[in-house]
Design a protein around this ligand. Structure first.
Ligand SMILES: NC(=O)c1ccc[n+]([C@@H]2O[C@H](COP(=O)([O-])OP(=O)(O)OC[C@H]3O[C@@H](n4cnc5c(N)ncnc54)[C@H](OP(=O)(O)O)[C@@H]3O)[C@@H](O)[C@H]2O)c1
Length: 324
């Protein structure tokens, strides 16, 4: 038996129960991983509240790092004793150990600690695909990135700096603005005090930006479209403030033939060679000290309810991990 978080109904942080579960042996294509640390991500809130439905009872958590204990038939890319990390489905990372599809596991270089890995796999691979594949940045662009002091945000600040990109980052407080700037964000906008559309227009001499990376959703969606130059790309990759309401395609035409995508990391990592290439690039950025993973909050796994409350109350910055 191992300790794990299970939810028997959707709802607030209180629905997450710290229970004993039988972890079992891996079947074909599976591996059993003993976690040293697990990552906390906003997507966990969507699963907990039922915004992303799943059959109950269910585990939670999409990210972890630890050691492979056993592998099932047909698994060749990892073996017992390997240090591994993952950002993968299905939810269930909030546990001392778990059995999961081995396809999501990546071997961890010695230079990357378990805590760093648990803090960065989901958020770091997200920035990798957003900046290198969804709207590939070459350097010299000016971009708008929302929630610049969050987990994804602080990695984005540093990755943009490394690429030579001018990043305009929105944040919810002056302290978060200072933090984003210290990590390479060129300009910050406190969207609780300032009109971010007007500020983006000022900062770009009225031109707008070629791409907006928007993970806030409902509260920022139309404003983000207003920040784009004609033929610009809206990357709507999250909905921390609530889902984007239905909208007319004319909103894209009237603003200059805009493009829009709603990407998910799990489509970008679905192929083994893509996952390996993405992870190699992320590990290189971190091992090469271009990106420092800020683990600004640590909680014991049994205190996960507090961790969720703090994340939803916008009290956290950078990455958060849970220690089983
Ligand atoms: N599609 C994908 O592949 C993918 C992958 C990873 C993450 N994401 C998305 O990226 C976003 C960031 O994820 P994360 O784990 O790094 O979280 P995070 O950015 O550390 O936390 C969310 C942040 O969103 C901001 N926010 C704005 N309005 C909010 C509201 N009404 N309620 C709560 N927060 C609000 C807050 O920052 P301020 O106080 O500065 O506003 C808050 O700190 C999430 O929307 C997540 O779903 C998407």
């Amino acid at each position: 038996m191992v300790k794990a978080i299970r939810m028997f109904r959707t709802g607030g942080p209180e629905v997450m129960e710290y229970v004993d579960v039988d972890v079992g042996d891996p079947g074909p294509g599976e591996a059993r991983v003993r976690h040293a640390a697990c990552g906390l991500n906003y997507i966990d809130v969507y699963f907990r509240t039922g915004t992303y439905p799943q059959p109950l009872p269910a585990g939670l958590g999409m990210e972890g790092a630890g050691v492979v204990e056993a592998v099932g038939e047909g698994v060749t890319h990892v073996k017992p004793g390997d240090r591994v990390a993952y950002a993968a489905r299905p939810p269930g990372a909030y546990a001392e150990a778990r059995v999961m599809p081995a396809a999501g596991l990546v071997k961890l270089p010695d230079a990357i600690s378990f805590e760093t890995a648990a803090a960065m796999m989901l958020q770091g691979l997200t920035v990798q695909y957003l900046f290198r594949r969804t709207f590939p940045l070459r350097g010299g662009e000016t971009i708008l990135f929302h929630a610049a002091a969050g987990g994804v945000g602080l990695i984005a600040c540093q990755w943009a700096r490394a690429l030579g990109v001018t990043m305009i980052g929105t944040v919810g407080s002056d302290e978060k603005a200072a933090l984003a700037k210290a990590h390479g964000c060129t300009h910050t906008i406190n969207y609780n005090k300032e009109n971010f559309v007007e500020r983006v227009k000022e900062l770009t001499n009225g031109k707008g930006v070629p791409v907006v990376y928007d993970s806030i959703g409902k509260d920022t969606f139309l404003g983000s479209l207003d920040c784009l130059e004609p033929l610009g790309m809206m990357v709507s990759f999250g909905s921390a403030s609530g889902p984007v309401p239905p909208f007319s395609l004319n909103e894209l035409a009237s603003r200059g033939s805009l493009f829009i995508t709603r990407p998910s990391i799990f489509n970008y990592t679905a192929r083994r060679d893509d996952l390996d290439n993405m992870a190699a690039e992320l590990f290189g950025m971190v091992a090469g000290k271009k990106i420092n993973i800020e683990v600004n909050q640590r909680y014991a796994l049994k205190d996960v309810a507090q961790a969720h409350s703090d994340l939803e109350a916008r009290k956290t910055t950078g990455s958060t991990i849970l220690i089983p």
